[in-house]
Design a protein around this ligand. Sequence first.
Ligand SMILES: NC(=[NH2+])NCCC[C@H](N)C(=O)O
Ligand SMILES: [Mn+2]
Ligand SMILES: [Mn+2]
Length: 313
Amino acid sequence: MSAAPRTVAIVGCPFSGGQGRSGVDTGPNSLVAAGLPASLEELGWKVEFDGHQQFEHINELVGSDAPIGVMKNPRAVSEVSRLVAAAVEAKLREHKLPLTLGGDHSLALGTISGTKRVHPDAAVLWIDAHADINTPSTTPSGNLHGCPVSFLLGLPGTDVAPFKDWLPAKPALQAQDIVYIGLRDIDSGERKILRENGIKCYSMHEVDRYGIGKVVDMALDHVNGGSSRKRPIHLSFDVDALDPSVAPSTGTPVRGGLTFREGHYICEALYETGSIVAMDLMEVNPSLMQDHAEQTIAIGCSLIRSAMGETLL
Ligand SMILES: NC(=[NH2+])NCCC[C@H](N)C(=O)O
Ligand SMILES: [Mn+2]
Ligand SMILES: [Mn+2]
């Protein structure tokens, strides 16, 4: 599986239960309505899109889903992730590239679980202002979009119902299999976890110091153990990695983020490796900063196009 699959399968996930602000569930539909499928066809892809995932029955749970400890909407998040994992796994087994549109970033618990079933050697590039590595014991908010990475790594405190009913006993992801770019808002519990597990992080400080070109090279060197670019990559892109002046319509904006070009450069450079096997584009919330919703949706689409081979020349 070294050659990139030439069919991209859009997995639209209208889900908001991993955080508290409504509207992020309309992200996938907005991205598709903005012409994403046709624009990917123009790039030479076969595009498969047979409607968004049917989460109505789960979205009805959101609200009445009683907290477990501090975790909000635990049953809804767990069930959606379980379904998304199966959807992503199925697309990969058909040799398609699953492109998951969020929805909130708790969905990545599902997407990366699915990817790792088919590509156990896949590495994760997590592009985000946040590390999303809180555990149910460290989360300050109880919002599970701040926690998917800890569940993927099987960190202490994640062996809890309902997640333990379907997550593998042996965690899907190892600490050395993930690299972050764009971090600038880390909770104190997360900082401790990142340090103790030796997880590679390129925060905005490193982006400023080395420039984005060098940062992406270093990130890829890290996961490949050298200059090879063969290792399968799961790209999980939270649109809030970008500066809020660039992508304002998102639920947890943090100033001091990636520029328009830095965000696109990451996607272009990963495309050049030929090793992207799956991509997530998360946290577009068109109901926030509505005057800028179109701008944010357009940038979501163009980040995806860059990761799918759109070049400037
Ligand atoms: N996917 C995101 N936008 N996550 C934001 C997480 C914010 C904060 N660290 C929390 O745990 O609540
Ligand atoms: Mn984020
Ligand atoms: Mn995130």
